[in-house]
Write a protein that binds this ligand. Sequence first.
Ligand code: AMP
Length: 501
Amino acid sequence: MDSTIMDYELTIKSIFWRIEKLYRDRVIVSRLSNSRRTYTYEDFARRVRKTVTFLKQNGLEGKNVASIAWNTSRHLELYFAVPLSGGVLHTVNVRFHPREMDYVVEEMQDSAVFMDEDIEASLNVKTFRLNESYDEIIDSQEPAQELPDLEEKRGAVSCFTSGTTGKPKGVIYSHRSIFIHSLSLLAGDVLGLSSNDVVMDVVPMFHISGWDIPFASLMTGAKLVLPGIRPKPRDLVELIKEEGVTLAAGAPTVWIDVMNYVEKEREDLGKLRTVVMGGAEPPKGLMERMRKLGVRTYHAWGMTETEAIATVNRSDDLNVLTKQGYPIFGFEISLLDPAGRELPWDGKTMGELAVRGAFVTGRYFKGEAKFTWFRTGDIAVVDPDGNVKVVDRQKDLIKSGGEWISSVQLENAIMSFHKVSEAVVVGVHDERWGERPVALVVPKEPTTPQEVVEYLKSLNAFPNWWIPDRIIFVDSIPKTSTGKLDKKVVREEVKKLLQSP
Ligand code: AMP
């Protein structure tokens, strides 16, 4: 028997209704190139409606439109205006090579691109620069009165994977997936975002819609702080203190830089109470340092294909907090062997994490394959209670003498040494063992490879044959466009370093 509930589409329009009707005097703060903009949700909503008019006048209503932009109020206005007018906002990674930008814009058939001032790319589509004259043009428009009613399954935002293993692949999030994922983030056991929070999203809005945190924040009336173009640790600390940020989110690398700055400058983190970290496993030492300043960390796991945060760990115990956590609402996991058979959740058996849910991609843009379960390429173990521990990316595991070594576990062990700032471990070809681990390490204070090895042994955390054969000190570690350790480039670098005399 069918239910008797009325049809109600879960769309961004429903979020926009709350913004306009319930939270008019709530505030959005954005760092712009030469200033900081602070405006109410009411003013923001008016700008969104004016942007809708602007889109219409330029023949962009209902079209795919690209943005190559940082976390700013102008970008946030497009986050709403484009989907509200029935189009798809394609958020392009600002760190893509211009060739990749061209490729993804062409793939998506974007009709125009909105670009931040600092982006140096000239693409083959109509381009609008997001600057002060753009603001004036938008301000001079009439606010659109009518917004179309949209079906919830319609695309709203799209994003390409970073393409570390080939060409970037497109994923399109629907109104419904954004609505449900954002709602899930608000839950007390997930991020517990509420109208009392001052939220700073340091997750780039060009990558997986900033983990949907902008949508979730505005859904609940929180004060949202956007850190602008290329924020430096100093800018972030200034915003945290001056705007009273209570909850912030970003990749561990961001927080390593922030903590180095805070400790060097003897700064504090004001009212900041919670930092959500994901995209890579946060080093335990980093979480410890933050805790000393009264900041709790939540650990989240997710990927472009799961619309970002899909598992969350909020444990008080730092040893448990290095696990990626429990599936959030509307999301299921399974552990599979290479033949696709289900493996037990016993905290020991390693398998590939497969996932499904209300915000998991069902296929890639232009992709043939349809997924009922999406295989993530992450190797994990799962505790009997469902707590996930990602051991490594399938392709980054090191096979030595027929046994697996987790590069991630080694990296985190090295980074827990107080004389080390960052570390990356990759496998190199070895005649005898197949592969052996080699580490690149950025020291925080003077140390020697021998000292690092002694430290690793003293941990008693893994067998001695896991210990890297070579530990090479470097000034910095190559990162991907989304701030993860770029193991493809690291492998090349290690090869060169090992060849040089
Ligand atoms: P992307 O789609 O570029 O965001 O990359 C997603 C991948 O990042 C995942 O498949 C994981 O390999 C990795 N990842 C994301 N979050 C975490 C985390 N908390 N711990 C370890 N790896 C993570």
